[in-house]
Design a protein around this ligand. Sequence first.
Ligand code: SF4
Ligand code: SF4
Length: 102
Amino acid sequence: MNTPFNVKKKRLIVIICKNKCTGCGNCVKACLTGALQIINGKSKLVNERLCDGFGSCIAVCPNNAIKLEYKFAEDFDWSILNSISFDSLMQKLRMGSERLST
Ligand code: SF4
Ligand code: SF4
């Protein structure tokens, strides 16, 4: 039986350091699932159910403002992956690899 979303359990999830974040938006563009938004000039995790905890956003942050933390959070909503097109997946993977190679 699936765990209800509102039951929190320990898992990896992103944490954004407001002091380091300059609001460049790279992480928002890199996040496949739309878990991040720029709010008041800073990146913010808007829905922990949309964060897969794989950390694709970490590679594109120029300020090392993002890390993964093992903490209590709602389960990742795996059904969101059905709505991600192959083209957008490839575009975001390219973005991450370009950032890593510079
Ligand atoms: S870890 Fe993945 S899903 Fe979570 S905010 Fe970063 S890119 Fe998005
Ligand atoms: S990539 Fe880093 S600096 Fe840019 S918005 Fe995201 S957390 Fe902030």
